[in-house]
Design a protein. Structure first.
Length: 286
C-alpha cells in the first residue's frame, strides 16, 4: 500500500459499477475527480460491455475489481438449480443454502468462471481484486470455489480479496450499523486466513456499512475512518438514479447522497481531519 503526504492510507471502493447506466456514470465522475481509489464491477448486467469502455482511462489511478454476483438479476449462464426461472435467488436464500451445504457446486463454479471471463473479455486483463455483491464471496462453499478458480488462473499473489470482517471492538467503537457489520463478520469468519494460506492478499480493516436511509452520510463516513486497520478498506455505493436502478434495487436516493458528499469539499476536509489519504492496494501485475 502506498502512503500519501504522511497520512495513513486507505482504499475507498465504490461497489456496483454497471448496476445501471446512471450508477456507472456517477462512479466515473468520482473516479475522474480522484475521490475513490477502487471500484468493483457487475459483469452480469446488460450495461457492462458499454460501461467497461470508460474504465481503462482510470487503470493507473484506481483498482478495478470483480463484484461477484449470485443474488441479483440473471446469471451469465444456465443455473437450473440456483436460478430455475432464470433469476438468481435473494441473499437470505443463498445464506440458508450455504449453511445447509446445499449449494449447487458445479453451477456456481461455472458462474464464477463466466463472470471472470466477462471481466477479462471487456478489459483485456484479470481484475485487480475480487469482492462480492452482498458479500457472497465469503459464504461457506462459495469462498473455496472462488479461491480455486483464481488459483487455477494463476492469480494468487497477483490480486487482492475483500475480507468483510473487522475486529468486533472496532465495529462497536464506530457505532454505525454495528449489528449488520457483526453479522457479516460472522459470515466471513476464517475467510482471510483461508485466502492468505493460498497466497492471496486481503485488506486488514473494513468499514462502510450503511442503513441507506436519510441520515447524514458525511457524518457516517467519518465513523468509517475511526480505528482503521493496517490495510483499511471502506466500501461505498455512490451513483445517480435512473429507472433501471429503481426497478432493480431499493437503494436509490442514498446513492446520490453518497456521490454528492464524495464530490464535495466536505469529503476532502473529512480525510484531512482524520489524517487519511486515498491509496490503492498496489500489487504486482502478471
Amino acid at each position: 500500500m502506498n502512503r500519501s503526504q504522511g497520512r495513513r492510507g486507505f482504499v475507498l471502493c465504490a461497489d456496483d459499477y454497471a448496476l445501471s447506466p446512471s450508477v456507472s456514470r456517477g462512479i466515473v465522475e468520482a473516479l475522474a475527480a480522484g475521490r475513490i481509489s477502487a471500484t468493483s464491477v457487475l459483469t452480469t448486467r446488460p450495461s457492462w460491455p458499454e460501461a467497461a469502455a470508460a474504465l481503462p482511462a482510470f487503470a493507473g489511478q484506481a483498482d478495478i475489481g470483480l463484484h461477484l454476483n449470485l443474488t441479483l438479476g440473471a446469471p451469465l449462464g444456465a443455473m437450473p438449480q440456483l436460478a430455475p426461472q432464470g433469476m438468481m435467488p435473494g441473499i437470505d436464500r443463498l445464506i440458508r443454502a450455504s449453511w445447509r451445504r446445499n449449494l449447487p457446486e458445479d453451477e456456481i463454479r461455472g458462474e464464477i468462471a463466466r463472470q471472470l471471463d466477462a471481466f477479462q473479455a471487456a478489459l483485456g486483463r484479470p481484475p485487480d481484486f475480487v469482492d462480492g455483491h452482498q458479500h457472497v464471496h465469503v459464504l461457506a462453499g462459495i469462498r473455496g470455489w472462488l479461491l480455486d478458480a483464481l488459483a487455477e488462473r494463476g492469480l494468487a499473489e497477483r490480486l487482492w480479496l475483500r475480507d468483510c470482517a473487522d475486529r468486533p471492538w472496532r465495529i462497536l467503537a464506530r457505532w454505525l450499523q454495528a449489528g449488520k457489520a457483526l453479522a457479516v463478520a460472522r459470515l466471513a469468519r476464517g475467510f482471510a486466513d483461508e485466502a492468505a494460506a493460498r497466497g492471496f492478499a486481503v485488506n486488514r480493516g473494513f468499514a462502510g456499512f450503511s442503513g441507506f436511509g436519510g441520515t447524514d452520510y458525511g457524518r457516517e463516513f467519518g465513523a468509517y475512518l475511526r480505528l482503521p486497520g493496517e490495510r483499511h478498506l471502506v466500501m461505498c455505493h455512490p451513483g445517480w438514479v435512473d429507472a433501471e436502478l429503481v426497478a432493480l434495487d431499493p437503494v436509490t436516493q442514498s446513492r446520490e447522497a453518497e456521490l454528492r458528499f464524495l464530490l464535495s469539499a466536505r469529503f476532502a476536509a473529512t480525510l484531512a481531519r482524520h489524517n487519511m489519504a486515498l491509496v490503492r492496494f498496489a500489487l504486482p501485475r502478471p
